[in-house]
Design a binder for this molecule. Structure first.
Ligand code: FAD
Ligand code: NA7
Length: 504
């Protein structure tokens, strides 16, 4: 350990990136017989208190270790999505011989309580992990005083200063609110959704990001009446052919879409909220909702750290880092959602955080000067909408822009998995698209809409990383009967103009 500073490393932010970086640093230093002094400083005050109730203290909301992903992101989201899928299974169960009542009700409160209990069990796991690894957890808000010193303030207002040899910043983002009257007072964001003590009922979801569509999807699936208000296109940045199919599917499942509309004002009316909005022809409309949920993007919180005064450069609201996740102050690094490269995803924050600590502390990497740079390309992802969407690589529009229509080949298929054929539901909704470039037909984009999208796409991502070609897919033997086997027999191209949907 260094003598000059209290700590070898302080990670600011105990979410996906910060935890991974701290754990890896500890592991590397310990394997060199160094007992490191590492701390994680993590804190979040909650802006809204709609979810705290004196009668239900057991579901009072607290922000424990784990950051966005654990508390208000991936974990509660995936559980809610799964809850909605269970509703579908129950509806279909009678066709498989199960005697289920014709109407089954959903109990929002017990779902939320179980979600919050699950989150608490994850906090417990992280805390014991930290103790086991002797990583100190400081539950306080950090701010830089100088290049090696931070000031930390806890919930009670106690302040202390801490010095460290190095810092890794992983403070993430928070949901944004649009700048309209009543937004902050009356609306919620994904930060509150998973702890609402009452079902949201008639809900307006504003925005068309993946968070907006996922929320609308599982709320609909949990029997809530949902309207999505989007000002332009769904899922900007994703393959638009697939994005449109998701919207169509959600419409068929009962979600209302108001396209080309933006809210301009929200006011309270007894137990509901009155939303004023304008459409694309500038006409003003008024509608009443029980809950208004904004999912209009996320804002980085790194600007609150006092980094600018140290000379750390920013790129809009994000921290500007080089390919080694290093800021303009060499011993201050940053990973995850708060940096200007990379993607706002948990596994990229974890991977980048872990690699960063290896580059700094691993004996092997440091002595041999191995670079091990984080590769942010071809990162697979899945959008957990009712029709799940997995993708890896480029969208069709981006490949056309980059290579030209004549230089790419797009293989498509729309089909009905056995499970859906059996229940006569969701005919031809499962969809697969493989985008190839060059005479060797190297695969540069994979898109899949259908069941278990994440599970399928993860495997394809490995293949894409290894440079898979269409010929490799064709010569791979499928697993029958699965949806994934369709990727081994793709033969309809966009160019041919043939109908991609399989009939019969
Ligand atoms: P975070 O996890 O946000 O952690 C940052 C931590 O730092 C927080 O605890 C914060 O309170 C704390 N902090 C901030 N400022 C300070 C300060 N000054 N002092 C001390 N502590 C501070 N990603 C996926 O890969 N898959 C998904 O399915 C997925 N679903 C999502 C669903 C939702 C609704 C949301 C909101 C996000 C989802 N994400 C998903 C994104 C994922 O959660 C983030 O990419 C990930 O958590 C980023 O990790 P991070 O370490 O950069 O920051
Ligand atoms: P994004 O991708 O930044 O999207 C924000 C969404 O909210 C998008 O649909 C916007 O519409 C919409 N938006 C933004 N401001 C408004 C206002 N004022 N009114 C109505 N609608 C609005 O969202 P996330 O932060 O959730 O996603 C972050 C990243 O995760 C993203 O980069 C993805 O790659 C994955 P727009 O399209 O701008 O018209």
């Amino acid at each position: 350990s260094s003598l000059k500073h209290q700590y070898d490393l302080v990670c600011i932010g105990g979410g996906s990136g910060g935890l991974a970086a701290a754990k890896r640093a500890h592991l590397e230093l310990q394997s060199r017989d160094i007992q490191p002094k590492i701390a994680i400083v993590d804190y979040r005050e909650h802006p809204n208190i709609v979810n705290t109730s004196p009668d239900r203290p057991e579901i009072n909301w607290r922000w424990g270790l784990g950051g966005t992903c654990t508390n208000v992101g991936c974990i509660p989201k995936k559980i809610m999505h799964t809850a909605a899928l269970y509703g579908e299974y129950v509806q279909n169960a009678s066709e498989f011989g199960w005697k289920v009542p014709s109407t089954v009700e959903h109990d929002w409160e017990s779902l939320v309580e179980n979600v919050q209990n699950h989150i608490r069990s994850i906090h417990f796991g992280y805390r014991s992990d930290m103790m086991l690894n002797k990583i100190e957890h400081i539950n306080a808000r950090a701010k830089f005083l100088d290049k090696h010193t931070i000031e930390v303030t806890d919930a009670k207002g106690n302040v202390k200063t801490i010095t460290s040899r190095r810092f890794i910043i992983a403070v993430g983002c928070m949901p944004k609110y649009p700048d309209i009257e009543g937004a902050k007072e009356y609306a919620i964001t994904s930060d509150e959704l998973f702890a609402l003590i009452k079902p949201p009922n008639k809900t307006l979801v504003v925005g068309a990001s993946y968070i907006a569509l996922e929320s609308a999807g599982y709320l609909s699936g949990l029997n809530q009446k949902v309207t999505v208000m989007m000002r332009s296109i769904p899922l900007r940045g994703f393959d638009q052919d697939c994005a449109q199919k998701i919207v169509e599917f959600m419409k068929e499942r009962g979600t209302t879409f108001k396209q080309g509309c933006v809210p301009t004002k929200i006011r309270k009316n007894k137990n509901s909220f009155v939303v004023e909005y304008v459409d694309d022809k500038n006409s003003v409309h008024v509608e009443e909702y029980d809950t208004v949920l904004f999912a209009v993007g996320r804002k980085c919180v790194a600007d609150e750290l006092g980094l600018q005064q140290l000379g750390v450069k920013f790129d809009n609201d994000k921290i500007d880092v080089n390919e080694f996740e290093q800021t303009s102050v060499p011993h201050i690094y940053a990973v995850g959602d708060c940096i200007n490269r990379g993607l706002e995803l948990t596994p990229t924050a974890i991977h980048a955080g872990s690699l960063l600590s290896r580059r700094i502390y691993s004996e092997e990497l440091v002595t041999k000067n191995h670079k091990h740079i984080m590769d942010y390309t071809n990162v697979p992802t899945t959008v957990f909408t009712p029709l799940e969407y997995g993708s890896c690589g480029m969208s069709e529009e981006d490949t056309i822009k980059k290579y030209g229509q004549d230089n790419i080949e797009v293989y498509l298929i729309g089909f009905t998995p056995l499970e859906h054929e059996f229940t006569h539901k969701d005919t031809n909704k499962t969809y697969m698209k493989v985008i190839c470039v060059g005479s060797e037909e190297k695969i540069i984009g994979f898109h899949y809409l259908g069941p278990n999208a994440g599970e399928i796409t993860q495997g394809v991502a490995v293949a894409i990383r290894l440079g898979v070609t269409k010929h490799d897919l064709d010569s791979t033997v499928g697993i029958h009967p699965t949806v994934a086997e369709e990727m081994t027999r793709l033969n309809i191209t966009r160019r041919s103009g043939l109908v991609a949907e399989k009939r019969g």
